[in-house]
Design a binder for this molecule. Structure first.
Ligand code: NAD
Length: 369
């Protein structure tokens, strides 16, 4: 009880007790909507990082801040003028990221920006230039690098369990269309390429080594004309590896989250709960399959293997801890670590999304690197 009382007193003061030998950081949230609040919750478990205030243009979100023990600033300018603020989190709709981040960097703040960092590579370059000039950190919340399905497939890839991997398929499927907010509007940076594609492309670029040579994409407009409500993209790497990336919002039956093909085996991760398995060939010499009879034919080629020549093994889940994102941010500002989500990686991903839009627009594959 005493512990809880201490904790609520601290929350009222909007700050955490000073830790010996550990620098404390104050973060202010700009845009306390769904994701801004998610950051607030994550940060509440840190002992060297606190949310010291927030600003949202919606009065209801200013009230929400108060009811959660956060002092709302009256304006963005007031937030920037507060010397207590070390880090500004930008979690507004996508089209506002550029201006908010640049103004925060120019005010001498470190900046965490939600994904997608902005709407074009030119915008991002402008943000990077200001970050370099100011000497302050600009980092993008590519949080799905810590998702366990991604870490697990990456581990399978890196350990070479499947032999030479020649195809990776990454999909997220829903059936609810695009949420009916700013995500449906082009001027706010809506659409699924920018919303979900940014995560899946970032993951693929983290996973697949070497240059990406070609991008071929088609966009869907099932429920929305103004912005894409899904897409299919084929990325061909210099190594010959092909990654198929897909986001759908009209899929009442979901295909697996990950499907990876190697010369010696196949891995599937069906969902975020990490249902799935790995199947590997154990004997290439026995090729005599019992033919399968279909209603109108016969096939040996497609006859399923038996346990005589394959081994099925469970996935070995790799644990991810999203708190590592802020641990890395604070350690980097403190000069004790190198930032994990690097701006050149984010820029490459932004350019890839531009290539996806360009390919979808012209209906042809486009060269990339
Ligand atoms: P949201 O609509 O729930 O919240 C956005 C908030 O920003 C709203 O409360 C709005 O009033 C406020 N706002 C708008 N303009 C503002 C301004 N000029 N100054 C201050 N506040 C302003 O949206 P959301 O779902 O929280 O998304 C916010 C950002 O987070 C987007 O960039 C989105 O892509 C990103 N996001 C990231 C993830 C992730 O997993 N990394 C998940 C969801 C959303």
């Amino acid at each position: 009880m005493k512990h809880l009382r201490e904790r609520s007193k601290r929350q009222l003061r909007n700050c955490k007790p000073k830790m010996k030998n550990k620098r404390n950081f104050n973060l202010a949230i700009v845009g306390l909507g769904g994701m801004g609040n998610w950051h607030r919750e994550i940060i509440s478990s840190f002992d060297n990082l606190s949310v010291c205030g927030s600003f949202d243009i919606k009065p209801t979100r200013q009230e929400f801040a108060k009811s959660h023990g956060i002092t709302p600033y009256n304006s963005f300018e007031e937030l920037l003028a507060d010397p207590k603020v070390d880090i500004v989190l930008c979690s507004t709709p996508n089209d506002m990221h550029r201006e908010i981040c640049i103004r925060a960097l120019e005010a001498g703040k470190n900046v965490v920006c939600e994904k997608p960092v902005t709407l074009s590579s030119a915008d991002l370059q402008a943000m990077i230039d200001v970050s370099r000039k100011s000497g302050k950190l600009l980092v993008v919340h590519q949080n799905r690098r810590w998702d366990e399905d991604f870490l697990t497939i990456k581990d399978i890839f890196n350990r070479g369990i499947l032999g030479d991997v020649f195809r990776i398929e990454s999909r997220v499927h829903g059936s609810r269309g695009i949420p009916g907010d700013w995500r449906q509007e082009k001027e706010h940076g809506g659409g699924m390429v920018l919303d979900w594609g940014v995560h899946l492309f970032d993951q693929i670029l983290q996973l697949a080594p070497g240059k990406l040579k070609k991008v071929y994409a088609t966009a869907t407009h099932v429920t929305n004309e103004l912005v894409d409500d899904g897409f299919f993209a084929d990325l061909t790497f210099e190594s010959g590896l092909v990654a198929h990336v897909e986001v759908g919002t009209s899929n009442f039956i979901s295909l697996p989250r990950w499907y990876m093909l190697g010369r010696d085996g196949t891995a599937v991760i069906r969902d975020w709960k990490l249902n799935g398995e790995i199947v590997r060939c154990t004997d290439w010499t026995q090729n005599d399959a019992v033919p399968i009879r279909t209603a109108a034919g016969l096939t040996k080629t497609m006859a399923p293997r038996t346990d005589a020549t394959i081994h099925t093994q469970p996935l070995e889940p790799v644990h991810g801890d999203i708190h590592d994102f802020y641990r890395n941010v604070t350690a980097t500002i403190d000069g004790k670590a190198e930032i994990i989500v690097k701006l050149d990686e984010v820029l490459r991903c932004m350019k890839l999304m531009e290539a996806v839009f360009a390919s979808a627009e012209c209906g042809q594959a486009v060269d990339f690197e």
